[in-house]
Design a protein around this ligand. Sequence first.
Ligand code: SF4
Ligand code: SF4
Length: 285
Amino acid sequence: MELVVLSGKGGTGKTTIATALGELSRECTKVDCDVDAPNLSLFYKGTQLEKKSFFGGKKAFVNKEKCNECGMCTERCKFGAIKDGVVDIHKCEGCGVCKLVCPNDALFLKDYKNAEILAEKMKIGILTRAEMDIGSDGSGKLITALRRTAKEHSSDELIIIDGSPGIGCPVISSCTNSDYVLIVTEPTKSGISDLKRVYGVTDGFGIRSLVCINKYDINTKNTEEIKKYCQESEIEIIGLIPFDSTVNRAINELKPITEFKESIACKAIEDMWRIIKLKIKQEVK
Ligand code: SF4
Ligand code: SF4
């Protein structure tokens, strides 16, 4: 079963919860799809199983021997990515227009590496993650490659995906064809708005959604608003996690919150895990 943990933006406790669920499962594969700000691996020390280059698309290159600096490519490139026969790799979108207009056949497109994909063996299961090259950003193709790599290395019943923030292409790739999405939200106006946006994506793609309200007790009025929205939208709320300063301590010490057994947040995540476990059982029946 693939469970994707999502939130509309960073800082809502998504990685804390994904890490805790991974620990409680005792046997699962983890995929860090938050490629622009990968934090999941910080909590673990693993042994490398595989490291491979990821080529996210093509870029233009100039054959200097053929280029007479006529400037036609500069004139036609809509991205301002080529000047005086030199391509700015960070601006080039690989559209190929320059190649088409070059009168001297001096331009060619080539696959361009923008990340490394790593698979690592952890104390509990496998973790796959990406190391982005400077100036590159996450893409749906990279997220798909991370999920595929995880499946190549693992036969675990449960795969936990720490999803990308936002509602763009990487998020869609994080959750397409998954079994459940767990949307982590918080009782703030922006949290409620993000919840609705993320649910708009998951519902649109027909993926079953569950909700967890993190720090539910910091604003009971907003928590009630979230509950009402979930009830009307027929979304099951499976977790109510209270504010707990131990969570900050766990993050600072780079330890999963599950190592702090007396923490009230840990106990609430354990309650949520029991519900998820039942869902896993139903899925693998
Ligand atoms: S169009 Fe071709 S020949 Fe002209 S500047 Fe560009 S690369 Fe050089
Ligand atoms: S491939 Fe497209 S974006 Fe890149 S330099 Fe050529 S015209 Fe510009």
